[in-house]
Design a protein around this ligand. Structure first.
Ligand SMILES: Nc1nc2c(c(=O)[nH]1)N[C@H]1C(S)=C(S)[C@@H](COP(=O)(O)OP(=O)(O)OC[C@H]3O[C@@H](n4cnc5c(=O)[nH]c(N)nc54)[C@H](O)[C@@H]3O)O[C@H]1N2
Ligand SMILES: Nc1nc2c(c(=O)[nH]1)N[C@H]1C(S)=C(S)[C@@H](COP(=O)(O)OP(=O)(O)OC[C@H]3O[C@@H](n4cnc5c(=O)[nH]c(N)nc54)[C@H](O)[C@@H]3O)O[C@H]1N2
Ligand code: SF4
Ligand SMILES: [Mo]
Length: 740
């Protein structure tokens, strides 16, 4: 267009919904962002956050240069100066104490970035530390563990086929605010309402009444942390009533008898008191689930960030299997992502090594972030002395934050790659500025693996680099070169060629690959896309299940084809994939993995303890938030205070709380004072605070967020974990609440 206005299309990288955005620019300025009506998946849907990429881009507090802390103050520095500082302080620590003295924390935005997905591993491989931590252990790790043990690979996670199901039983999720998780679907609300419009049923299990529960056919209140009791109750009824029928997969499933035995004590009468759901209702829910033509059970963060997270996660897929809904349309299905690579059949296990202080098992080569503070604070050989945070804010997001924050102050050295000087990065000696979304290309490697439809969509960068390090993958390569002792001036182009050649080399050597035995040089030369993540994407697409196979399947997917389709390519509804997609050594579903069955005894003790009158704390999300880091955008935080303590009227009365007054909340870990909101949207005995707030610490540069700081709920959360997954227990925290 002649007036210099242009329109670009891209996928929103902020949450898991992957909405298509239509971005209007004038020269290098974003004029407007709205939903892309032609996006093959989102059809114009967006939430209030999508259009704020414009405000994120313009935020004066967003970092644009490296910062080095000198005499306690973060000062702008040149890139080479910053890397020199890192090199001169990090290398001696590695040389003297070994790589395990360096811990790395990977935050959530890494899974929303091509650089994060493809290049963090290059950095980690160069560093060779065992001290790897991530937001996964304050989120979905139980699902990886149960999926790994049942299906053979921790990424073989079935998703609810909500577009075709007739019955959805959803636990611990609030997609009307979160837009869905481990179930990528733009416009979850519309898709959920469509279930009921076609005569289906949606039952939501949640200790709070939410926009999701209100839109559902039925809301079941549950005592926090007790989902596995309810789920076991359902399993028990299916067996007792002769309703078990794994259908087509009957011959591919083993462990049915062990599941029956494990569920035997959990009769509806036995669990009712513990979970707070009537026995009759449990029976009815089980029968409805079995009777529905198609049905799916789906559990999310409320069930995962819990004491029995892995048990709950496992029971969800046990129910899907027992009712014949695993791997069938309308049930729980396995997406086939366009970049999927062949999986070996070695199976999955945890605990190949353990953490130094508490002997916690590694899970997916990670330790629980709940134990990071102790690894820093406990003296002795192998102590963590240095931390690198990559797009993470654990001071607000991880449990026992006061201790973690104090621990960060004890480090010898800390480096952060981030968009902001915030609660965590204020502890860093060097902060490197990350690349904001519109200045980088995007392809959703992670969420196409979890989407309710198979789709592929590539977004080129639409704004040019604002400094000499145009993208995070180059920063990560440089960090890799530094920790590996190659120096900060290493030839990054040659390094990247080597990384790419290694990827190709592995693929041609893999007997299951689509390019087995091909010439690596020929494939390298035939690949299109700029060096870095783009050409890797081309390679992964072309060797993926829909790819052109570098000539063997003409017309198949390539990066070029995605470039020509700015609204994305629809690859169809999910299709049954079992048993061939299973990665277990024997090629069958293990319905009763031994380590999981062994954990049932721990749950049985729950049957006898029906909560001793303690109030318990749970979290919540709000549509206008994104974990801890978007509170600096005025458009999202304006309006009434959102970081409030929800209290049921009966509890407020009993505790003498003043609606609109303040309450002191005290737990075994710490205390916070928060404004009270009395509401019957929460069950008696439960209170709720959202996470991601607490922007009142000294040394941060978040001028908008600091005006509405809120309180950090994770100061109340002790550093306890689900033993099988290492996931933190963020919900169901016993607290005392008093008026202040
Ligand atoms: N109590 C409680 N705690 C929780 C939860 C809960 O439900 N209750 N939820 C948990 C969950 S699910 C998660 S995922 C975690 C999140 O935990 P974290 O990942 O630790 O926290 P975020 O708030 O996502 O912080 C992301 C950080 O990355 C930076 N950032 C954003 N985009 C980019 C980028 O493109 N590049 C770079 N370099 N940096 C970027 C931001 O400035 C911010 O510092 O929180 C968890 N904490
Ligand atoms: N607007 C917004 N969207 C987001 C995010 C955000 O911060 N803001 N974060 C993103 C991230 S990183 C993630 S992981 C996803 C998470 O997405 P969801 O899994 O949908 O998470 P929440 O919206 O927190 O909903 C969890 C629900 O579980 C309930 N709950 C708490 N304890 C229990 C329990 O013991 N049992 C049961 N059955 N329910 C319980 C809570 O009351 C809450 O309503 O959201 C993503 N999307
Ligand atoms: S729902 Fe998620 S992906 Fe869609 S616009 Fe909002 S933040 Fe972006
Ligand atoms: Mo998350």
């Amino acid at each position: 267009v002649t007036d210099g206005t242009r329109t670009e299309y891209r996928t929103c990288p902020l949450c898991e919904a992957t909405c298509g955005l239509e971005v209007t620019l004038h020269a290098d300025e974003v004029v407007r962002i709205r939903g892309d009506r032609d996006d093959v998946f989102s059809r114009g849907f967006i939430c209030p956050k999508g259009s704020t990429l414009k405000h994120l881009e313009a935020d004066p507090d967003r970092l644009r240069t490296p910062l080095i802390r000198r005499n306690g103050v973060h000062e702008p520095a040149a890139w080479d100066e910053a890397f020199q500082e890192i090199e001169s302080r990090l290398r001696p620590i590695i040389e003297q104490h070994g790589p395990d003295a360096v811990a790395v924390y990977l935050g959530n935005p890494n899974v929303h970035s091509m650089s994060g997905v493809l290049y963090n591993r290059v950095f980690l491989k160069a560093l060779r530390t065992r001290n790897i931590y991530s937001a996964s252990t304050i989120d979905q790790m139980p699902k990886h563990v149960s999926a790994g043990l049942m299906f053979g690979h921790p990424d073989l996670i079935p998703v609810p086929d909500i577009d075709r199901t007739g019955y959805l039983l959803m636990l611990g999720a609030n997609p009307y605010e979160s837009n869905g998780s481990l179930a990528t679907a733009p416009d979850w609300p519309g898709r959920m309402e469509a279930i009921m419009e076609r005569g289906g049923t949606v039952v939501v299990v949640d200790p709070r009444s939410t926009r999701t529960t209100r839109a559902a056919s039925e809301h079941v209140f549950i005592r926090p942390g007790t989902d596995p009791l309810l789920l076991f109750g359902l399993v028990n009824v299916l067996f007792a009533d002769g309703l078990v029928d794994p259908g087509r997969l009957a011959d591919s499933v083993e462990g049915l008898d062990a599941v029956r035995a494990a569920a035997a004590p959990f009769t509806p009468e036995a669990v009712a008191n513990g979970c707070g759901v009537d026995a009759d209702r449990i029976r009815r829910l089980a029968r409805d689930l079995a009777a529905a033509d198609t049905a799916v059970v789906y559990g999310r963060i409320g069930t995962h960030t819990a004491e029995f997270g892995t048990l709950a996660s496992w029971l969800v897929d046990v129910l899907n299997t027992l009712t014949g809904n695993l791997d069938r349309p309308g049930g729980a299905m396995f997406p086939r992502a366009a970049t999927e690579q062949p999986r070996d059949r070695r199976g999955f296990r945890t605990g190949r090594y353990t953490s130094r202080v508490h002997g916690l098992p590694e899970v997916r080569s990670e330790f629980p972030v709940a134990t990071l503070a102790d690894e820093i604070l406990a003296p002795g050989d192998g102590r963590v002395r240095t931390l690198v945070t990559l797009a993470g804010n654990p001071v607000l997001s991880a449990p026992d934050s006061d201790t973690l924050d104090r621990a960060l102050g004890e480090l010898d050295f800390m480096v952060s790659l981030d968009l902001y000087l915030n609660e965590t990065t204020r502890r860093a000696d060097v902060i490197l500025p990350g690349t904001p979304p519109l200045r980088r290309p995007h392809y959703d490697f992670a969420f196409t693996q979890l989407a309710v439809r198979n789709v592929a969509n590539f977004s080129p960068a639409i704004l040019t680099a604002e400094h000499e390090n145009p993208d995070e993958w180059r920063i990560l390569l440089r960090l890799a070169a530094v920790v590996a002792g190659q120096g900060r001036s290493a030839d990054l182009d040659a390094f990247d060629d080597m990384v790419f050649a290694t990827l190709i080399g592995r693929s041609v050597a893999d007997p299951g690959s689509r390019v087995t035995g091909r010439s690596p040089e020929e494939l390298f030369a035939a690949t299109t896309g700029a060096p870095g993540p783009e050409r890797m994407l081309d390679f992964l697409l072309r060797t993926g299940p829909y790819g052109d196979g570098y000539g063997t399947a003409p017309g198949g997917l390539t990066l070029e084809r995605l470039r020509a389709a700015p609204h994305g390519v629809d690859l169809g509804a999910l299709e049954p994939r079992l048993p061939s997609a299973l990665a277990t050594p024997n090629g069958r579903v293990d319905l009763a993995p031994k380590v999981i069955i062994d954990d049932v005894a721990r749950l049985s003790k729950r049957l006898t303890s029906s909560g001793n009158g303690h109030l318990v704390l749970v979290g919540r999300r709000d549509l206008r938030s994104n974990n801890s880091w978007m509170h600096n955008l005025e458009v999202l935080v304006k309006g009434k205070e959102r970081c409030t303590l929800h209290v049921h009227p009966a509890d407020a009365d009993r505790l003498g709380l003043d609606p609109g007054g303040m309450a002191m909340v005290v737990s075994a870990a710490g205390s916070v004072a928060a404004p009270v909101r009395v509401t019957d949207d929460i069950m008696p005995g439960v209170v709720s605070l959202p996470h991601g707030w607490g922007h009142d610490l000294d040394g941060i540069r978040l001028n908008v967020a600091a005006t509405r700081p809120g309180v950090n709920t994770n100061r109340l959360v002790p550093a306890a974990t689900d033993p099988l997954s290492g996931n933190a227990v963020l919900n169901g925290i016993p607290v005392e609440v008093t008026p202040t």
